[in-house]
Design a protein around this ligand. Structure first.
Ligand code: TXA
Ligand code: MG
Length: 315
């Protein structure tokens, strides 16, 4: 059976999730592969479909703060953050409540839970299902996250997954992940909500997580990778090159050029990043040359994803 894409028929997707099935779920960041987080079989099937290591926990998506608090312990700082940034692209990793009925596969036995309230249609789906939805990005493990329904269908061709098509994702890169333990904040994954915004809201400077595998097993060095080799911060390239271009008014002379943002707008670049990598990859080139992107504000998250995409794949 093939993957099918539907528009707007939300009831159908809610029914699938309630029955323990999986769907492709659009969020403001990227498309997720969703399951009822309390249903062990439904969750196990996500790991299966993605070929994802079982030690890598999944984010639980909630419809409201009440649903989040049924499963996670919210310190006053966590509450301030949820108030300020939800619904939106901020995942809070907080202590797991002992009476939570989230399936242990979701949290990988870490004693914490990653919670986020997405913006838009996903939230409607969650609220109609009535349980949190576990949803990693809807790509096979280690590959580029999908920002359009079509990316999901080609990633899982041959399975009978249905994808709720809500057009291209607004943000285009995954949520910021912040571990909140009382007053301590650890930035596990940079994203569109920046460290500066977090500091301005809480008065606390988030610590950068430097490790590879302890607090966020999914933060492997090679991730989000295209098939082609990706070279970063390139200012010169051969004429037949494939170039992931940024800024300079779009002035690039090469065979294949994908403009992340001609006028150097980081938001626009983030929303185009994965589509750009996929588009250049699809030309069959062996190397993609990425122009420099400033490492500031949202550029920190963009450079984080680029350097994971550029990392040797055997790490
Ligand atoms: O924007 C997003 O976050 C997207 C959309 C679909 O919501 N989801 C996403 O999920 O990027 P995924 O599975 O590709 O990345 C989730 C990351 C992983 O690196 C995982 O290790 C980390 O979140 N994570 C989840 N729960 C955690 C926990 N309890 N402690 C530490 N890290 C956790
Ligand atoms: Mg992912």
């Amino acid at each position: 059976m093939f993957v099918q894409t539907f528009n707007s028929d939300i009831a159908k997707f809610v029914t699938i999730l309630r029955a323990g099935g999986n769907i492709g779920l659009p969020t403001e960041t990227v498309y997720g592969l969703a399951a009822d987080a309390t249903n062990g079989l439904a969750v196990a099937n996500i790991f299966e479909l993605k070929n994802r290591p079982k030690l890598n926990p999944l984010i639980c998506h909630v419809a409201d703060v009440e649903m989040a608090k049924a499963h996670g312990e919210f310190s006053s700082v966590a509450e301030i953050l949820a108030d300020a940034f939800w619904p939106g692209p901020l995942t809070l990793v907080v202590p797991l409540k002992s009476d939570s009925d989230i399936h242990p596969l979701v949290t990988a036995g870490l004693g914490t839970i990653g919670l986020r309230m997405p913006r838009g249609i996903a939230r409607t789906v969650i609220s109609e299902v009535g349980n949190p939805l576990a949803a990693p990005s809807a790509n096979r493990s280690g590959r580029i996250s999908p920002t359009e329904a079509q990316h999901v269908t080609s990633e899982f061709e041959g399975s009978d997954l249905l994808v709720l098509d809500n057009g291209p994702c607004e943000e285009g890169i995954e949520s910021t992940i912040l571990k909140v333990n009382g007053n301590s904040l650890i930035l596990l994954r940079p994203g569109t909500i920046t460290a500066e915004q977090i500091r301005a809201t809480t008065g606390i400077e988030p610590t950068l997580y430097e490790g590879d595998d302890i607090a966020a097993p999914g933060m492997m060095k090679s991730h989000y990778a295209p098939d082609a080799r990706l070279l970063l911060n390139q200012t010169e390239f051969p004429q037949d090159a494939a170039v992931l271009a940024f800024g300079n008014g779009g002035d690039v002379d090469a065979a294949h050029v994908f403009h992340l943002s001609q006028n150097g707008d980081l938001r626009e670049a983030a929303s185009n990043l994965y589509r750009g990598m996929k588009t250049l990859d699809a030309t069959g080139v062996s190397t993609i040359y990425a122009q420099p992107i400033p490492v500031e504000g949202l550029g920190i998250a963009i450079n984080d994803r680029l350097s994971r995409a550029a990392a040797p794949k055997d790490i």
